[in-house]
Ligand binder design. Structure first.
Ligand code: CP3
Length: 402
């Protein structure tokens, strides 16, 4: 299934994997892959057998780490992101501390929308907020196309700094149209997403135009990140699980599929993630992801059946349980590894981001345990996979029909 292109193989060699590790920056761990091996992360993303299960954590950087605060400085996170030295250091902190198998760029899903001047900010302790939410066709004028060189030059510089330092792949990312629109239409984080669902159902033309522009912004963002050195990309559709599967198919999947298709030629693995997506996992695979994130509500074996074995899976430790004592966390980690049944296409992660209250020592133990116990070399028995539903929901056609 996964396309392994020369570009991807090339990036293994040039970038990340076995480059010398600057002793002042990144801890050398006995689990480092040999220089000529593809990294554990990229290998698992392609469902290829290897000697261990790779692990990283969504939101591994930031408020759970004491070393984050002195570097972050005053102002909002959007201020910190714009200073490449700060964003570089904050990205490296969890890699150094935990010995995880990937770094994730320190940025936010709203950065590109903010950079084109839509009028969005991140309020500490609250999340993304817009003074003038997106409600009518006139609001489209605030959403011009992204010019990555001009608008996100600081991000490319951060990525170049990082790829020079890192011994593991760097994951770039962007927000998917639904999740970004959820903030832009609601104006702030929302529990029930009533306004964004209302706009979608009542003004479908405006909805599709908004998503089309957000898809173009995500494509420009992700392509620029890969060109600067990111070795994988993750498209966050964190809140898509709020939708009925038919609404997801009609209103969201075509736009996410357009993004995934526009990245295909880059040859880097495309990760796709949302929470509460148990009923959407097949469609998350169908939009063109190589790796699908699974939250803690769905056992990995169920997720693998639902995705028909055609994608690697990422997950799925409950971040809330990471606040419990080690024996509880240890049992969960072992259960998840057992649930994966040695399948090579498993990237261990949390089912959502690290909670700020998390004790970093617990996450360090999780990494050690996954590296010690994870087995990633069971041959894939594809006959065990459920056949995907009778009507594959590969969008595109849908986009054309709207
Ligand atoms: O370590 C990493 O994972 C990389 C950094 C990262 C951030 N945001 C930094 C950040 C990533 C990958 C994101 C993605 C993101 N941002 C998502 C998708 C992932 C998810 O959690 O579902 C979403 C939905 C957002 C929107 C957003 N930004 C929220 C909900 C918040 C939290 C608000 C708060 O203060 O509680 C933010 C702010 C934010 N983004 C912080 C960080 C480290 C905290 C702000 C700070 O330190 O001031």
């Amino acid at each position: 299934m996964n396309i392994v292109t020369e570009r991807e193989a090339g990036s293994d060699a040039a970038n990340p994997v076995g480059a010398p590790i600057p002793s002042t920056n990144v801890t050398t761990s006995s689990t480092e892959p040999a220089a000529d091996q593809p990294s554990a992360l990229l290998r698992a993303a392609r469902q290829q057998p290897g000697d261990r299960v790779p692990v990283w954590f969504m939101r591994q950087a930031g408020r759970s780490l004491p070393e984050y605060f002195p570097v972050r400085g005053e102002g909002t996170i959007l201020d910190a992101i714009q200073v490449p030295e700060r964003a570089t250091e904050i990205t490296l902190q969890p890699v150094r501390r935990y010995g995880v198998d990937a770094a994730i760029l320190f940025s936010d899903i709203v950065t590109p929308v903010w950079a084109v001047g839509f009028g969005i900010d991140i309020t500490p302790g609250v999340g993304p907020e817009c003074e003038r939410p997106f409600r009518t066709v006139d609001d489209l004028s605030r959403l011009r196309p992204l010019d990555p060189d001009r608008d996100l030059g600081f991000q490319a510089e951060t990525i170049r700094n990082l790829t020079a330092e890192l011994s593991v792949p760097l994951i770039g990312f962007a927000g998917a149209p639904f999740t970004l629109a959820a903030y832009m239409v609601e104006g702030r984080p929302s529990k029930n997403h009533a306004k964004v669902k209302g706009l979608m159902a009542e003004q479908p033309e405006l909805w599709h135009e908004l998503c089309d522009r957000l898809a173009d912004i995500a494509i420009a963002t992700l392509r620029a990140q890969v060109e600067a050195g990111a070795a994988a990309v993750q498209l966050f559709d964190s809140w898509a699980g709020a939708l009925h599967p038919d609404h997801y198919r009609r209103f969201v999947a075509p736009h996410s599929a357009k993004i995934m298709a526009a990245l295909a030629d880059l040859g880097v693995p495309r990760f796709h993630f949302g929470i509460n997506t148990s009923e959407l996992l097949d469609q998350f695979a169908d939009v063109g992801a190589d790796v699908v994130g699974v939250d803690w509500r769905t056992p990995l074996a169920t997720a693998r059946r639902r995705t028909g074995g055609r994608v690697a899976l990422q997950g799925n430790l409950d971040p809330s349980l990471c606040l419990a004592s080690w024996p509880v966390v240890e049992a969960e980690v072992r259960r998840i590894l057992a649930d994966n049944q040695g399948h090579p296409g498993h990237i261990f992660n949390l089912g959502h981001g690290v909670l700020p209250e998390t004790d970093p020592d617990i996450l360090a133990e999780v990494v050690k345990l996954v590296h010690a116990e994870g087995v990633a070399n069971r041959p894939v028995d594809r006959s065990a996979a459920e056949t995907p539903g009778p009507e594959p929901s590969v969008p595109g056609g849908e986009a054309g029909r709207r």
